[in-house]
Design a protein around this ligand. Structure first.
Ligand code: GLC
Length: 452
């Protein structure tokens, strides 16, 4: 499938799909509306300027422009009533979390609606930072969303977020090079991936075999977890018992490290996050890549990619050996409401708009993300235009959540550190896992004493 570029340099839309302008026109909104209002960029905290409630929505940088386009539409439709300003947060989920956490702790936060990571609700809810949306988001409305996304927003009987889109780690590959090298199928096992990568590199002269996220951060955690899960291991059982120090988990970390030792992945991988990895693959310098679905959207943009979408296919992550199941980390982004926003009705109005089917569909198409609403997986137009949505159905079946815990951010810091140390060879996989076993046990024990 060949897609046209999403945006030209001036931000105008190219291509034949529903484009930004058309979308706004169809939904009765003019682009000029927001600009004419003269609303200042700051504000937030549910402030009220010139009669309109000013809201601040925070989210990480979106390179497709589709989030801002939706905000523009909302602002035009709600002229004189509600005006939303986008505040850009760090791309790294952990840094993003820290920034919000610090602002919440200081009581100085001026964000009303947070576009936040699937792993945050337990901790933010336990601290009373985000609102329980049970009354606004009743059970009969929740059924329209993928069950895992709702489960992830549920904490101690309350619901603390409305799902926006879901994420799963996926294996991207160069289908053109795979075919040229004589393979008919993408790899099923990690060993096969190495074998195919070598053959494809040799024929094409491509610099790297496989790139993935190995840095000391949240993405490094999800990647290592995927190696552990696809080798039959786990971290926690029943969200309480630490089981990470096992032969299966060790095998997972050994496979991860062997990618560097065997020359399949560059040593620099120990510092790479989603965007750096995507830049290498989209620059034509790697034959395989593990990444989230949204990177596919960038392949249509010549400023971001020197390969085209029709040279790329996507499949499930490989396993350690035949018979094991493929897993990928359940990721995803959701709408949380600041528990102290001055105008919760207006804030929820914005959440309702952004999470509605039409807006989820637009964002899925423009941003190449997996919508959280189930009905959209039957939408032919969407499935045709967003190949990751088609594949996403399989990946969604294979997703596994990270530990659900109010101490997750502490656990994650320890995991990120040990997984990264094992990947860069500072410690052996075995040592990393026994250290981690102790550290995680301690975090859970201390946490349960505090909450007792
Ligand atoms: C993706 C996922 C998110 C995860 C992050 C790790 O953004 O949606 O859940 O924490 O990757 O880098």
């Amino acid at each position: 499938m060949n897609r046209e570029p999403l945006w030209d340099e001036r931000g105008a839309v190219m291509g034949k799909r529903i484009d930004r302008r058309e979308f706004l026109k169809l939904s009765g909104a003019g682009l000029a509306g927001a600009a004419l209002l003269g609303v200042t960029g700051c504000g937030g905290g549910g402030g009220n300027v010139g009669g309109a409630t000013e809201l601040t929505f925070s989210f990480f940088p979106d390179r497709t422009g589709s989030v801002q386009a939706l905000i523009d539409q909302f602002n035009s439709e709600n002229e004189g009533e509600i005006q939303v300003t986008l505040r850009e947060m760090p791309a790294d989920s952990g840094q993003h979390f820290d920034q919000l956490n610090t602002e919440f702790q200081s009581g100085e936060i001026n964000i009303d609606v947070i576009g936040g990571d699937v792993i945050w609700p337990a901790q933010f809810a336990a601290n009373g930072y985000i609102a329980d949306l049970s009354d606004r988001f009743p059970e009969d409305e929740r059924g329209a969303f993928l069950p895992a996304t709702i489960e992830a927003m549920t904490y101690q009987g309350g619901i603390y977020g409305v799902p926006w889109y879901t994420d799963a780690g996926m294996l991207y590959y160069r289908s053109d090079l795979l075919e040229e090298a004589g393979f008919t199928q993408p790899p099923r096992t990690w060993d096969e991936l190495k074998e195919q990568a070598r053959a494809m590199q040799e024929r094409s002269g491509t610099q790297y075999g496989f790139v993935f996220q190995g840095a000391d951060y949240e993405g490094g955690v999800v990647n290592a977890l995927e190696y552990i899960w696809t080798s039959g291991g786990d971290v926690l059982e029943g969200n309480q018992e630490v089981v990470v120090d096992s032969p299966e988990a060790q095998r997972g970390l050994e496979i991860e490290r062997s990618m560097i030792d065997d020359g399949i992945a560059p040593a620099g991988i120990t510092q790479y996050k989603e965007q750096e990895v995507a830049t290498i693959f989209l620059g034509g310098d790697a034959v395989f890549m593990r990444n989230v679905p949204r990177m596919y959207a960038l392949a249509s943009d010549p400023n971001e990619s020197s390969i085209s979408p029709d040279q790329i296919r996507i499949t499930s992550l490989p396993v350690a050996e035949e018979g094991l199941q493929s897993y990928s980390s359940l990721g995803g982004w959701n709408f949380f409401m600041n528990a102290n926003t001055e105008d919760p009705d207006a804030a929820y109005e914005f959440i309702r708009f952004m999470s509605a089917p039409e807006q989820q569909k637009y964002r899925a198409i423009e941003g190449s993300v997996l919508p959280a609403r189930q009905e959209l997986y039957e939408d032919e137009e969407l499935l045709q235009q967003v190949p990751v949505a088609e594949l996403g159905q399989e990946a969604i079946q294979n997703t596994r959540p990270r530990p659900v815990s109010p101490f997750y951010s502490d656990m994650s810091l320890r995991m990120a550190e040990q997984f990264n140390a094992s990947l860069n060879g500072e410690v052996s996989p075995d040592e990393a896992l026994s250290t981690l076993q102790e550290e995680l046990e301690e975090i859970i024990e201390q946490g349960s004493q505090q909450s007792a």
